[in-house]
Design a protein around this ligand. Structure first.
Ligand code: FPP
Length: 249
């Protein structure tokens, strides 16, 4: 069978795909442009994967758009990224509504500049009742910060005497994450050629299937996403069991 003829198995669709969108800066610099040119072109890739994930029937798409560590980048780049985010939200909102996309955010929203928070909140509110793909933008997000915030919340309850330490289970931890009701990612993709998780969904990726691709983010499209989902459907997820046990189920 030709590689392109492979068909998606509807019974094995991932419910949640998470993406580390890396390589914008290098993509731009390789062409003699400023790093920010790469971010501008990254928006087209974002558009394409949102479209592709929606078409495939994926429920959740989490995009790592800005990490807590990214605040340490040059001031101009940070300001440009925040501006680009606001502009993209304004430009895309009608299309998100038309396609029934629901927008959410994960991370420390209080860290974002006011203009950015306002645009984001408006888009989150307007799309809240949409029934299609949920796009979760990770902004001022880091996995360790999320775990710290979870621990603080649980500790507050313990200190108030409403939760005994012995009652804390993996489910308790899950419920106190930023979005404990969202299923863990089935797939994590990192573009840009590096092989690391960079403080992304640390708790949530316990059993996630990882895909590291050399493509720089501005070149990534929904066709690349589809190829990854097809490869994912060929993987055997064992969750600590043996292959025989899994196949007997
Ligand atoms: C990583 O590339 C990318 C980012 C830090 C920003 C991602 C932002 C976008 C794709 C555009 C806006 C997003 C939305 C949701 C509209 P890098 O700069 O770390 O690249 P490098 O590794 O080559 O330096």
């Amino acid at each position: 069978m030709n590689h392109n003829d492979r068909v998606l198995d509807p019974a094995k669709m991932p419910a949640h795909i998470a993406i580390i969108m890396d390589g914008n800066g290098r993509w731009a610099q390789k062409q003699g442009h400023e790093r920010t040119f790469g971010h501008q072109n990254g928006v087209e890739a974002v558009r394409s994967v949102i479209e592709g994930a929606g078409e495939m029937g994926v429920r959740y798409l989490t995009l790592y758009a800005f990490s807590t560590e990214n605040w340490n980048r040059p001031k101009e780049e940070v300001e440009m990224l925040m501006g680009l985010l606001v502009k993209s939200i304004h430009n895309e909102l009608d299309k998100l509504m038309k396609n029934q996309v629901r927008l959410m955010m994960t991370g420390r929203m209080e860290d974002l500049p006011e203009s950015c928070r306002a645009a984001l909140q408006e888009a989150i509110d307007r799309t809240a009742a949409n029934k299609g793909l949920t796009v979760v933008l990770a902004l001022s997000y880091s996995g360790r910060a999320e775990i710290v915030d979870m621990a603080r919340n649980i500790a507050r309850q313990a200190a108030a005497g409403t939760l005994a330490p012995e009652q804390i289970t993996p489910e308790t931890v899950q419920q106190h994450l930023y979005h404990g009701d969202i299923p863990d990612p089935d797939i994590l993709i990192r573009t840009g050629g590096d092989f690391r998780i960079s403080n992304f969904l640390l708790w949530e990726c316990a059993y996630t299937e990882f895909f590291f691709v050399p493509t720089m983010w501005p070149d990534f499209r929904k066709t690349d996403l589809r190829e990854i989902v097809l490869d994912f459907q060929c993987r055997e997820r064992r969750y600590g069991k043996t292959g025989e046990q899994v196949r007997e189920q």
